[in-house]
Design a protein around this ligand. Structure first.
Ligand SMILES: [Zn+2]
Length: 164
């Protein structure tokens, strides 16, 4: 972003907040050359994936929030930053196919199904956090199905009873 004061590029974001009722992100930037500040707005046009919240409002999907949530779940686990970023990118790709409006539950389910492949402990941590916050919803039904699959996968292969 070119500085509107001195026309040089290179700046750092000094403040970032939701604006226009969640439709935009307002960023205060500081020019690295002249030190003066200016404001940019990032709107959902570029990323028209919207998240419907429980109060009925909508906000642009923010991959950084997914990354932050997953980072909490993978704390002290053998999972790299790159893996978390890739997980978030994959989850976003899948969620975009369900767009333009998705629910927080759908995000949770998608993140869970990605985490399941990555790390068992992180998966369960993320699942338990979600369970705490959700009412009994489709999400829990989906979660139940995911957990059942896990159990099924871990069960030893069934042996046919030997016939004498
Ligand atoms: Zn400048």
């Amino acid at each position: 972003m070119r500085c509107p004061w001195c026309a040089r590029s290179g700046d750092k974001v000094v403040d970032s907040r939701s604006a226009e009722g969640g439709k935009a992100v307002r960023r205060r930037r500081e020019c690295l050359s002249c030190g003066r500040r200016f404001t940019t707005y990032e709107r959902a046009e570029e990323t028209n994936l919207l998240v419907a919240k429980r109060d009925g409002s909508k906000e642009p999907f923010d991959r950084a929030k997914v990354v932050a949530g997953v980072n909490k779940a993978v704390k002290n686990r053998p999972v790299t930053e790159d893996q978390v970023e890739q997980l978030a990118v994959k989850a976003e790709e899948k969620l975009r196919r369900k767009g333009p409006v998705i629910t927080t539950q759908e995000i949770g389910i998608e993140v869970l199904s990605q985490l399941r492949r990555l790390d068992d402990v992180a998966y369960l941590r993320f699942a338990s956090v979600y369970k705490d916050f959700q009412e009994l919803t489709d999400f829990e039904r989906e979660l139940g199905l995911l957990l059942q699959k896990r159990v099924a996968r871990k069960a030893p292969p069934r042996r046919s009873p030997s016939r004498a």
